[in-house]
Design a protein around this ligand. Structure first.
Ligand code: ES4
Ligand code: ZN
Length: 326
C-alpha cells in the first residue's frame, strides 16, 4: 500500500525488541534439526498456529521453549542477522536490542557464546546495512535478585559491548523494588537502565521503575493512563515509553487495536515510540505495528512521522548522530 511504502521510507529506531522473540518458526525447526532437539509440534504451521495467547505468561511459556533450540554462537548470529535484514527492509536505521542471558545460561550455554553471536551480527549489520546498534542485557524478573547479580557478574568481561540493563518476563508480583540493588550496582558500573513496567502490571510499577531503578525509558508503560498525575509527569519529563501495539493486542492487554491508547498519549505530549517486541510471535515487524495503529486509530502522516522522530529522541544515539535522523 502507499502508506506502507511511505512508512518503510521513514527513518526509524527500534528500541523494544527481544532478539529471542525474532526467532521465526522456520528457524526453530531448522535449528532443532541441526541440534537434534525434539519439538512438541509436528510442523512449522502447527507451531505458528500455537501462537494464540491469552496473556503474557502463555506467550512466555512458548517463547522460552522456542529459545531452547539456540545452542551455539552460529545460531545467535543467524537469528540476529535475520532480524537485521527484516529491520533494514522496514527502514530501521538504529536498533537497541534486548537479550535474556539467563534463558541460555540456565541451559548450560556460556554468556560469551550468546553475546559473541549477537554482537558479530550487529557489527556486520552496521557495515552491510548501515544499522547502528546498542545491546541491552535483561534480567528475568521471575527469578531472584541474587540470580540477576550473578548474571551481571558474568557479563562484566563483555561490559564494553553492553550499553544498558533492562528488566523483563512476568511482571505481576515482581515489582521494580525486587531489583533495586542490582540496578544500583549496574548504574555505578556505568550501564543505562530501562525496565518493562505497566504492561500487565499496575501504573505504580512505572512510578517505581523511575523512582527506585532510575530508568531513562519505560518499556510498554501503557497502563500509565490509570494514573493521570503520572501521565502528566511522563509528558513533562519526556520520559519515553517504548510501546508495542501488536504485542498488546496479541497478549490481550487490549481486546482490540481501536482501544489502544498510543494515539491519546501522543496527543497528550508523551514521548511514545512504536516497536515490535517479539515480532516472530506477535504477527509483525515494526512497519506492521505502525500500520496497525495508523488504521485502527486513524493517525495522520504527521502523527506517524512524529512517532518516528520520537524513536530517535528516546534512543541512546550520540546527539550529533541523532540530529542526522530528526
Ligand atoms: C516480553 Cl512482551 C514481553 N513482556 C515481558 N517480557 C518479555 N520478554 C519477551 N517479551
Ligand atoms: Zn518486551
Amino acid at each position: 500500500s502507499p502508506l506502507a511504502a511511505w512508512l518503510r521510507g521513514l527513518p526509524k529506531a527500534e528500541l523494544h525488541l527481544h532478539i529471542e522473540g525474532t526467532l521465526e518458526p522456520e528457524m526453530v525447526f531448522a535449528l532443532a534439526d541441526k541440534h537434534r532437539v525434539p519439538l512438541a509440534y509436528a510442523s512449522v504451521d502447527a507451531l505458528r498456529r500455537a501462537y494464540d495467547f491469552d496473556d503474557l505468561q502463555s506467550f512466555l511459556d512458548l517463547y522460552y521453549a522456542g529459545a531452547d533450540v539456540l545452542r551455539d554462537e552460529v545460531d545467535f548470529h543467524a537469528m540476529t542477522a535475520a532480524y537485521l535484514r527484516r529491520a533494514a527492509a522496514d527502514g530501521v536505521v538504529h536498533v537497541e536490542i534486548f537479550f535474556d542471558p539467563q534463558t541460555h545460561t540456565a541451559r548450560g550455554i556460556d554468556i560469551g557464546t550468546v553475546i559473541g553471536g549477537i554482537h558479530r551480527a550487529l557489527v556486520e549489520g552496521e557495515r552491510e546495512l548501515g544499522i547502528s546498534h546498542r545491546l541491552i542485557l535483561c534480567f528475568l524478573r521471575h527469578l531472584s535478585e541474587a540470580e540477576a547479580e550473578a548474571t551481571l557478574d558474568a557479563a562484566l568481561p563483555y561490559r564494553t559491548l553492553i550499553a544498558g540493563v533492562g528488566l523483563d518476563s512476568s511482571e505481576r508480583g515482581h515489582p521494580p523494588q525486587k531489583f533495586a540493588r542490582v540496578f544500583a550496582r549496574a548504574a555505578s558500573l556505568g550501564f543505562k537502565r530501562v525496565a518493562h513496567a505497566g504492561e500487565e502490571g499496575p501504573a505504580a510499577y512505572i512510578r517505581d521503575a523511575i523512582d527506585v531503578l532510575d530508568v531513562c525509558r519505560i518499556d510498554h508503560g501503557v497502563r500509565c493512563d490509570e494514573d493521570p498525575a503520572l501521565v502528566a509527569q511522563l509528558a513533562a519529563t519526556r520520559m519515553p515509553l517504548t510501546v508495542c501495539p501488536l504485542s498488546n493486542t496479541k497478549l490481550k492487554v487490549y481486546a482490540q487495536m481501536q482501544q489502544h491508547n498510543i494515539g491519546r498519549l501522543l496527543r497528550a505530549g508523551l514521548c511514545v515510540t512504536v516497536n515490535s517486541d517479539d515480532p516472530a510471535y506477535f504477527g509483525g515487524y515494526v512497519v506492521d505495528n505502525y500500520l496497525a495503529i495508523a488504521d485502527a486509530l486513524s493517525l495522520s502522516r504527521a502523527e506517524l512521522a512524529q512517532l518516528a522522530r520520537q524513536s530517535f529522541e528516546a534512543s541512546w544515539l550520540d546527539d550529533a548522530v541523532r540530529q542526522q535522523w530528526i
